[in-house]
Design a protein around this ligand. Structure first.
Ligand SMILES: [Zn+2]
Length: 325
């Protein structure tokens, strides 16, 4: 059997850059203004690369991106036509290859569900003191917005490391919210990373009362992130970043390190890393990495969506024990 390879895309939202909202700065490291929005043209370029190489994985949709509205009522400064085009494109071109999920509500300030108002702290800090009783409706709201927009999420992504301080409560809340909104008694979530560890694989996080929750970690680093902070777009630069993950001949790089120690290469990048502050350099880096993986490793690895990984784990739970942290 081939080893699963998968790609995590954190932080996408329709047109709005959640990074622009939460970065706490208004310029790139080299001094260019941070762009607040990404045109749908860049989403189409990403889809071209994903389709060309048959990529599979996980794609977040932040339903109340940057506290600027929501997927159903619309976002400030975003036309209804652009919003609808973005959602339709993700649905037709990225699913089911990518398992779409919420990355909680805003990836910025937490929201008071009873009043709809923004709270004066970010979602990560808010989550750190919550319990399953308060986390469940928050997660359910995020899942409901995606469901209403036409997606079928059975998993969630944690903005930053949302919930890590209260992970047991968080896990119970995810499992309960997924069942409440979708009826599914199996779910996955992405919170943790397993890097520079042998045999890095997903694990069964919770398996109780007929409900199962699988934790799917990133096992690599977002090497495309640096493209946010440089105006460089030349081919040599693109190749040099790709080299860190996988060399041109497919014999070296961090992906090989994971694979050679028995782990699953679960790549991670962010929407802002692919958009590269409007230049799209990260999309080209991904194109190069994916071409190298498929050309040199196709006898060893096979692209899988997060739902496919979930089902692999469920079919053989004993093979996926929880690692020690
Ligand atoms: Zn994120």
């Amino acid at each position: 059997m081939k080893t699963p390879v998968s790609l995590i895309i954190d932080d996408p939202a329709p047109i709005i850059s959640v990074y622009h909202e939460h970065a706490g700065k208004d310029a790139t490291e080299d001094g260019r203004p941070l762009v607040a929005t990404y045109p749908n043209e860049l989403l189409f370029r990403f889809c071209d690369v994903a389709e060309k190489h048959g990529l599979r994985g996980k794609f977040s949709v932040v339903p109340m991106a940057g506290n600027k509205g929501d997927l159903i009522r619309g976002f400030q400064g975003v036309s209804r036509a652009d919003l609808n085009e973005w959602i339709a494109c993700v649905q037709t071109r990225l699913t089911p290859a990518f398992s779409v999920c919420p990355e909680m509500l805003t990836h910025h300030l937490a929201v008071d569900l009873s009043t709809g108002r923004d709270l004066p702290l970010n979602e990560k800090d808010w989550a750190s003191t919550q319990t399953r009783e308060t986390l469940t409706p928050y997660i359910a709201k995020a899942l409901s917005l995606l469901t209403e927009a036409g997606f079928s999420p059975v998993g969630v992504t944690s903005p930053w490391d949302f919930g890590i301080e209260v992970e047991e409560e968080y896990q119970e809340a995810i499992s309960a919210a997924v069942e409440q909104v979708t009826g599914s008694r199996v779910a996955w979530f992405f919170l943790r990373t397993l890097r520079e560890r042998p045999n890095a694989k997903p694990w069964v996080a919770l398996d109780r009362n007929g409900r199962t929750l699988v934790s799917i970690p990133a096992t690599l680093r977002d090497r495309f992130w640096e493209s946010i902070d440089t105006p460089r777009t030349d081919e040599e630069y693109v190749r040099s970043v790709a080299d860190r993950l996988i060399s041109e001949d497919g014999t070296r790089g961090e992906i090989l390190d994971v694979l050679n120690t028995g782990g699953y290469p679960i790549l991670i990048t962010h929407w802002q890393s692919l958009m590269s502050n409007g230049l799209g350099t990260g999309i080209r880096m991904l194109d190069t990495v994916a071409e190298r993986i498929n050309r040199t490793l196709s006898d060893r690895v096979e692209w899988k969506s997060f739902e496919e990984i979930l089902n692999m784990v469920l079919a053989n739970k004993a093979a996926y024990p929880k690692p020690v942290f």
